[in-house]
Design a protein around this ligand. Structure first.
Ligand SMILES: Cc1ncc(C[n+]2csc(CCOP(=O)(O)OP(=O)(O)O)c2C)c(N)n1
Ligand SMILES: [Mg+2]
Length: 803
């Protein structure tokens, strides 16, 4: 284990020390008052950074512009020390203020103490990331910050080692940026932690992770969490040795102000200079207010532990040290502590007013509409109800918007349908609701996807061009030649995954390209899907264009938590201030066996809203989607059809240039009897069935939806149903899965139901996972005969005389 030796005194000037002391006190007071706000019912939930103040102050001293943070909900002091957060914002977050100007970290969309710093401007352009201190946006699942941290650090490695990237001066200064992380001791029990540490050791990236070891994960002590009760002890096998790069491990104590300053100064310097991953195990950390507002720690901590926590409270210890060193007097420190307390109190008051004022204005407008009404209803009971609801609403001491809306909607039920007064109440109420719903929808229902000009939905189609001599080649070759163009055109493009580098992918779609473009751009990784995903997220946040390879769709499950919790929510949870335009490339459907034939598309579309989902039927389409996606700034997943790499397709003359607009289905055969809607690998099987049906005088319009999210934005399917009046939704997913999704989109959202002359149907895979062998596939997934029979049965039911 490293011992620090060179004592640094550059930070130990009196004014700096007292400023740190003040910040620690301010942060502590915020935690204390914040907790009270929840217990008194003003805020819903609170989780705070008490006990971790000094560590974070020491760490923040080493955090430079251009650096990145990926931490968790204890980091309020760290964020304040970096000037990225203040006491007003602390309360705005606690109350869930949705004003993005004053509560920019999350716009009130997530719990308190979840932070972020924008990486894009409101117009969607990239910010100058080296002129700001950067924080990725926090998520609540424990250790969920780790995979992304790896990517943030990996970007520095690429920016340093790939000379061609040195010109991107607003993204990096030759890779000198450190990715700082924080995690609780108990969260190191998660697989994500270990996967990340191993990958960081393998990759040798400037990642500096601090473990705040307060001995507990909520109520569960270390003996249930960590082998031998010490994360630094058990990580010893990861440690750097001469000639055997690994991880540097430092140990410090959470209350030791000068010691922590030295520790971080030394550790971060090496990390930045040598790109060695560093772990700071900060032990002897306290949690004076307990885990969160959900409970009290007296329930599970012993008297002895509670006493120790009091004695080793980092602020108390810092105070003792200042006095001991005769840096300041007790009076001076008392004065600073009082000032800090006052600031916290003032901020609470001010923030509460800022939270309440617009809600009260909204309420007053509503109450005024009702009180000023000139129309009166003939039914007395209704009049009384309206007055009572209004009176009750006016009396709510600390209203939230829900109170206003509930009242307005209940009143609306009790006003007359018709009224000849010009200011009739019904219309006024509708007006109020419309205006305020519009506002609420901006607050809560926007920015799931990029809404700026850089949205990929603005990228229009460019058709593939063919000439007489266009050769027929295996599908993989289309991808490969397309990648060749893309890697030439986009210097920030990288791809990585299992078998992606040396052999160019298990299906050879990158064959020979590592040799051509180098290992920094096309590379192998360990088998670690969650951190492959995180690696991609981190790179994407830093302005690179990563394509993360997940070898098979079936194995995306390992990464699904990060995909769903982190990537899919990035734009939404930052209220549109951050983008992570990661492309995930994988392959699925139609092979054989329980874990190699998956088409769990409903699992995807239902858990990754916020990420576009492309399901191309062949490699020409797949390549077209990559071309489109690289022109926009949104995350997306492309599921290549696994059985299509060897099948021949015509090579477009404009390989690398053509694009497929998202949300536009393709009508593959026009028909008059029935619309068959599908995507991906089943398109080919459906086309075969359509041919067989034609021989039986049944004319089917076959539609490939191409992208599931977004889904048919131009209502192409509706147009078809208008003509055929019958629809069958087909895929390989489970019953009630993606076919049900498509059915809802078409019948409900597109209002397709009204054009149907036959009941709508779905044809799907079986509920069980597909079995092995061709026969396993035949009896597990829809085949051409199943499709033929399903369509034939629908036609027979419709026209029994004919079929
Ligand atoms: C995946 C996941 N499991 C459980 C939880 C609930 N939870 C929130 S915080 C926490 C304890 C974390 O303890 P630790 O990592 O030591 O951090 P501390 O809160 O002590 O700083 C738990 C279990 C969660 N947020 N995410
Ligand atoms: Mg803990």
């Amino acid at each position: 284990m490293k011992q620090t030796n060179n004592f640094s005194d550059q930070y130990l000037r009196k004014e700096n020390i007292l400023a740190d002391f003040r910040l620690a006190n301010l942060s502590r007071n915020l935690s204390i008052i914040g907790r009270r706000e929840v217990l008194s019912g003003k805020a819903k939930f609170g989780i705070f950074g008490d006990g971790k103040e000094i560590i974070q102050i020491a760490m923040a001293k080493q955090f430079k512009e251009g650096d990145w943070r990926s931490g968790y909900y204890r980091d309020q002091t760290w964020m304040m020390a970096m000037g990225l957060y203040n006491s007003l914002e602390f309360f705005h977050q606690l109350y869930g203020n949705t004003d993005r100007e004053i509560n920019p970290g999350s716009g009130g969309r997530v719990f308190n103490n979840h932070f972020s710093v924008p990486n894009i401007n409101p117009d969607g352009s990239w910010r100058n990331l080296i002129k700001q201190k950067n924080s990725s946006s926090d998520i609540s699942p424990t250790a969920g910050q780790m995979p992304r941290l790896l990517g943030l650090a990996y970007a520095s490695k690429l920016f340093r080692q790939n000379q061609d990237l040195h010109r991107f001066e607003t993204l990096s200064v030759n890779g000198n940026e450190v990715a700082f992380g924080s995690i609780g001791d108990a969260s190191t029990s998660e697989g994500h932690f270990w996967e990340t540490m191993n990958a960081a050791g393998v990759l040798q990236v400037p990642m500096a992770i601090s473990v705040y070891d307060d001995g507990y994960g909520i109520s569960v002590p270390k003996k249930y969490q960590t082998t031998k009760g010490s994360i630094s002890e058990i990580l010893k096998g990861f440690e750097n040795e001469p000639g055997r790069p690994g991880i540097l491990i430092f140990k410090g104590k959470g209350w030791d102000y000068p010691g922590l300053i030295k520790l971080y100064e030394e550790g971060i310097e090496i990390c930045r200079r040598d790109h060695v991953p560093v772990l700071f195990h900060i032990d002897e950390v306290t949690q004076p207010l307990g885990h969160s507002t959900s409970g009290s720690h007296e329930r599970y901590k012993s008297e002895e532990r509670l006493k120790w926590e009091e004695e080793f409270d980092p602020i108390r210890k810092m105070r003792e040290w200042i006095l001991e060193q005769e840096i300041a007097t007790a009076d001076e420190l008392d004065r600073i502590a009082t000032e800090a307390e006052e600031e916290a109190k003032d901020s609470r008051k001010k923030s509460w007013e800022m939270f309440q004022t617009p809600i009260k204005i909204e309420r007053e407008a509503l109450v005024k509409i009702i009180r000023d009404r000139s129309c009166r209803c003939h039914e007395e009971a209704k009049e009384e109800t309206v007055d009572k609801i209004t009176e009750d609403l006016s009396k709510v001491l600390s209203p939230i918007r829900k109170d206003n809306f509930m009242a307005a909607r209940k009143i609306l039920r009790n006003v007359c349908e018709t009224c000849d007064k010009s200011d009739n109440l019904k219309e006024e109420l509708h007006g109020w609701l419309k205006r305020n719903y519009k506002d609420a929808s901006v607050s809560y229902d926007s920015f799931l996807y990029n809404e700026t000009p850089s949205s990929v939905l603005n990228v229009k189609s460019v058709a593939p061009v063919y000439s007489e001599n266009s050769p027929e080649v295996p599908g993989r070759q289309i991808l490969r030649d397309n990648y060749d163009k893309l890697f030439t055109r986009y210097p920030l493009l990288v791809t990585f995954g299992e078998d992606t580098g040396n052999i160019g992918g298990v299906n050879q779609s990158l064959e020979g390209l590592q040799k051509k473009f180098g290992e920094l751009r096309i590379t192998d990784t360990g088998i670690r899907e969650a951190t492959i995903l995180g690696q991609g997220i981190g790179l994407a946040l830093r302005g690179m264009r990563p394509i993360a390879e997940i070898q098979y769709l079936d194995y995306l499950m390992y990464a699904l938590q990060i995909l769903s919790d982190d990537l899919a929510t990035t734009h939404y949870r930052t209220a549109g201030r951050m983008v992570a335009p990661l492309i995930i490339s994988t392959r699925g459907h139609r092979l054989e066996g329980i874990w190699h034939s998956g088409s769990p598309m409903s699992m995807l579309i239902n858990s990754v809203r916020g990420v576009y989902v492309c399901a191309p039927r062949d490699m020409t389409r797949a390549a077209g989607f990559y071309n489109t996606l690289l022109e926009g700034n949104d995350p997306a997943i492309v599921i290549e059809p696994l059985n299509g790499y060897r099948l021949k397709e015509k090579m477009p003359d404009n390989i690398g240039e053509y694009r497929i607009q998202l949300g536009v289905p393709e009508v593959l055969s026009s028909g008059t009897d029935l619309t068959l809607v599908t995507y991906g690998s089943t398109v080919r099987i459906a086309a075969e069935a359509v041919r067989q049906l034609a021989a039986h005088d049944i004319s089917v319009e076959l539609i490939d939806v191409q992208t599931l999210v977004p889904f048919d934005t131009g209502k192409v399917i509706l147009d078809s149903i208008r003509k055929t009046n019958r629809v069958l939704f087909l895929d390989e997913d489970v019953p009630g899965g993606t076919t049900a999704f498509m059915m809802q989109e078409v019948l409900e959202k597109q209002d397709g139901w009204q054009y149907l002359d036959s009941p709508p149907k779905t044809l799907t895979g079986k509920e069980h996972r597909p079995a092995y062998t061709t026969d396993g596939d035949y009896f597990s997934k829809p085949n051409a005969e199943d499709i033929f029979d399903a369509v034939y049965a629908m036609m027979k039911e419709a026209v029994p005389a004919k079929f």
